[in-house]
Design a protein around this ligand. Structure first.
Ligand SMILES: *[C@@H]1O[C@H](CO)[C@@H](O)[C@H](O)[C@H]1NC(C)=O
Ligand SMILES: *[C@@H]1O[C@H](CO)[C@@H](O)[C@H](O)[C@H]1NC(C)=O
Ligand SMILES: *[C@@H]1O[C@H](CO)[C@@H](O)[C@H](O)[C@H]1NC(C)=O
Ligand SMILES: *[C@@H]1O[C@H](CO)[C@@H](O)[C@H](O)[C@H]1NC(C)=O
Ligand SMILES: *[C@@H]1O[C@H](CO)[C@@H](O)[C@H](O)[C@H]1NC(C)=O
Length: 511
C-alpha cells in the first residue's frame, strides 16, 4: 500500500493537469449597430462600458458580416455557413418565413451534444427550433422583444437567472460544473419607427421615464443634438438624417449600459476569468447604402474578442480580415469540439470556410480575404449579390442587376429616407453622395479599391488596367460559391444542373 502512494499522487497531478481549464462563452450581438462608439473613435457618443470591454479585448478594424440582413446574418453566426448554404435566405419572422435547412448542425446544437449548457436572451430570429436549440431561452418567441431585447433591467435579471441556474445545476451534480454558452442578443439599436413609432425612430424613448414611456430602472439615457452627431460619408448630411442619428446615439447608450450590466453579472458570478466574450453586430446601420447592402458601409462590423487566456493583445487593434462566419469555428475551437462530418441534401460534405480567431488573439495574422452572400431581406426583396473583399479590393456581383435595388419597410418610413425621397422628387439638393437612380440601378459587376476610393464610387470592373485582377477575383469568388454549395453559382447567365456532376448550362440570355 505504501508503494502505491506516489503513483496515486502522480495520477492526481496528471489528472489535474490534463483536465481542460474551465471555459465558457458569452456572445453579445447588437442589432444593426455600427461604429457609433468610443471604441471606434466616435468622440461624441458616450459608451464607457464598450470602451472598458475593448481594453480587455482585441479590437477588430476589419470585421465583416457575410450578409447584411438580420436573420440571415444570425444564421451565419450560429452555423458558420453562409445564408445560401444554411437556407436562411431572408427574414425568419411572420410571413417572410425563411428558415435554415433541417439538417444543418448549428453551433447551439453541437454545443448541446457536447454537454455544454446553452442559453439565449433577446432576439433569436432564426429557426426552425430543432436546428437552433437552447436549454434556456427568453426570446421574442415567448416574450415581448422590447422586454428581452431592449429592457436592460430585464436582461440583467435574465442573465442573473441563467448564471444562477448554472451554479445550482453544478451544486446538484456534486460540484461537477459543465461549461456554458450564453448568447445575449440585444434588439438595440434597431429602428422602431415601423413597428412602435410611439417610442421614437430608434425606440430611444422606450423606458426613459417620460409619461407613457415606462421606466427602465438601470438606464440613464444620454441625449444628443443633431448638430453634435458625426455623419458618415454614406448618409445624407441633412437635418432629418442628423436627427435620426441623434436618436440612434441615445439608443446606443442603452445598449452600452446593458452590456455593462451583463458583464457585471458575469463578473459577480465569478466567471470573468474563464469566459470568452465576443461582441459584434449582425449588419450595417439602417441608413442608405448601409443595411441590406454588401458595400463596406453595409457589412463592416464592430468586433471585440476578449479572452482571459490571451491578455497579450488586450487593448490592441487588429487589421486581420475576419468574418462573422468565423464565430462558430472560434467557439468550437475554444471548447475543442470538432466540426462533424455530414452532408446537406445529399451533396458534398459540409465544410466551414471561416476560421478560428484564437490565433490572432496571440499575434497578428495575414488574413486578407472575406466573402459575402445575400439573397433577400424581406420576402419581396429578392436581390442576390455575392462579394469578395481581398486586400484593398472589393468585388461585387449583382446577379439581378437589371432590377431596381429593393427597399425594406422599416427603412422606407425612416425620416432619413423619406427626406431623401422628398428632396429627390422636388429636385432639391439631397446632401447624399449618390443619386437614388444610381442606388437603385447598379452595374452587374462592381470592383472598388477601398483605400484609394473609400466611398466605393469608382467602379473598376471594366477598367482594362484591372482586367487580370478582376478575372482572378471572380474565379476566387466562384470557387468559394462551389465550396459552399451555392445554388446561385451559375446565375444569371446559366442554369445549375446538379443531378450528376454539377455543371452550369448556358442560357444564351445575352448577359
Ligand atoms: C483610434 O484612434 C487612435 C489614435 O489616432 C488610433 O491609434 C486607434 O487605432 C483608433 N482606433 C480605432 C478602433 O479606430
Ligand atoms: C420561455 O421559454 C423558456 C424555455 O424555453 C421558459 O423557461 C420560459 O418560462 C418561457 N417564458 C415565457 C414568458 O413563456
Ligand atoms: C423593465 O423591466 C423591469 C424588470 O422586469 C420592469 O420593472 C420595468 O417596468 C420594465 N420597463 C419597461 C419600460 O417595460
Ligand atoms: C480574475 O483575475 C483577476 C486578475 O488576475 C483577479 O483580480 C480576480 O480576483 C479574478 N477573479 C476570479 C473570480 O477569480
Ligand atoms: C415628405 O413629403 C411628404 C408629402 O409631401 C410629407 O408628408 C412628409 O412629411 C415629408 N417628409 C419629410 C421627412 O420631409
Amino acid at each position: 500500500m505504501v508503494a502505491m502512494e506516489p503513483v496515486f499522487v502522480l495520477l492526481t497531478v496528471l489528472l489535474c493537469c490534463c483536465q481542460a481549464r474551465r471555459r465558457n462563452v458569452l456572445l453579445i450581438v447588437a442589432d444593426d449597430a455600427g461604429f457609433e462608439t468610443e471604441v471606434y473613435n466616435n468622440s461624441v457618443v458616450r459608451t464607457p462600458h464598450l470602451r472598458a470591454l475593448s481594453e480587455r479585448s482585441l479590437i477588430f478594424q476589419k470585421a465583416f458580416t457575410s450578409v447584411s440582413s438580420c436573420s440571415p446574418s444570425r444564421s451565419t453566426i450560429l452555423t458558420g455557413l453562409p445564408q445560401h448554404q444554411n437556407g436562411m435566405y431572408g427574414l425568419h419572422q411572420g410571413y417572410h418565413h425563411f428558415s435554415s435547412f433541417d439538417g444543418v448542425r448549428s453551433l447551439p446544437l453541437l454545443l448541446q451534444k457536447a454537454n455544454i449548457h446553452t442559453g439565449i436572451i433577446g432576439k433569436k430570429h432564426v429557426g426552425p427550433g430543432p436546428v437552433y436549440p437552447f436549454d434556456f431561452a427568453y426570446t421574442e418567441e415567448n416574450n415581448s422583444v422590447l422586454q428581452v431585447g431592449r429592457n436592460i433591467t430585464r436582461i440583467k435579471l435574465l442573465v442573473q437567472k441563467f448564471l444562477r441556474s448554472h451554479k445550482e445545476e453544478a451544486e446538484s451534480e456534486g460540484g461537477e460544473e459543465r461549461p456554458f454558452f450564453l448568447y445575449v442578443a440585444f434588439h438595440d439599436p434597431h429602428r422602431c419607427g415601423h413597428s412602435q413609432p410611439q417610442y421614437g425612430a430608434f425606440c430611444e424613448k422606450f423606458g426613459n421615464g417620460e409619461s407613457g414611456m415606462g421606466c427602465i430602472p438601470d438606464w440613464k439615457p444620454e441625449y444628443y443634438t443633431p448638430d453634435q452627431v458625426k455623419v458618415p460619408y454614406f448618409i445624407p448630411d441633412t437635418a432629418a438624417a442628423r436627427a435620426d442619428l441623434a436618436s440612434l446615439y441615445t439608443t446606443v447608450s442603452r445598449l452600452d449600459q446593458g452590456i455593462g450590466l451583463v458583464l457585471k453579472e458575469l463578473k459577480e458570478a465569478g466567471f470573468e476569468n474563464d469566459t470568452l466574450v465576443i461582441y459584434s453586430s449582425d449588419n450595417g446601420i439602417p441608413f442608405p447604402n448601409g443595411r441590406t447592402n454588401l458595400y463596406g458601409s453595409g457589412v463592416a462590423e464592430p468586433m471585440l474578442v476578449s479572452s482571459p487566456e490571451h491578455k497579450q493583445r488586450w487593448g490592441q487593434s487588429s487589421q486581420s480580415y475576419v468574418s462573422l462566419l468565423d464565430i462558430t469555428p472560434t467557439i468550437l475551437d475554444w471548447f475543442s469540439i470538432p466540426y462533424p462530418s455530414y452532408s446537406l441534401t445529399g451533396g458534398p460534405l459540409v465544410q466551414l470556410t471561416g476560421r478560428s480567431l484564437l490565433p490572432v488573439l496571440s499575434s497578428e495574422q495575414p488574413w486578407s480575404t472575406v466573402y459575402g452572400s445575400q439573397s433577400l431581406h424581406e420576402a419581396t426583396m429578392y436581390y442576390p449579390m455575392r462579394s469578395l473583399y481581398k486586400g484593398p479590393y472589393r468585388l461585387l456581383h449583382n446577379l439581378n442587376h437589371l432590377m431596381p435595388f429593393p427597399i425594406d419597410q422599416d427603412f422606407y418610413v425612416s425620416p432619413t429616407f423619406q427626406d431623401l425621397l422628398n428632396r429627390t422628387q422636388t429636385g432639391q439638393p439631397t446632401g447624399w453622395f449618390k443619386t437614388l437612380k444610381s442606388y437603385y440601378y447598379r452595374e452587374r459587376w462592381e470592383l472598388f479599391h477601398t483605400t484609394l476610393d473609400p466611398t466605393e464610387s469608382h467602379n473598376l470592373a471594366s477598367d482594362m488596367a484591372h482586367a487580370a485582377l478582376f478575372e482572378e477575383m471572380k474565379a476566387q469568388m466562384v470557387k468559394w460559391q462551389w465550396a459552399t454549395s451555392d445554388p446561385w453559382v451559375c446565375a444569371p447567365d446559366a442554369v445549375l444542373e446538379s443531378r450528376m456532376d454539377p455543371v452550369c448550362r448556358p442560357l444564351y440570355n445575352g448577359l
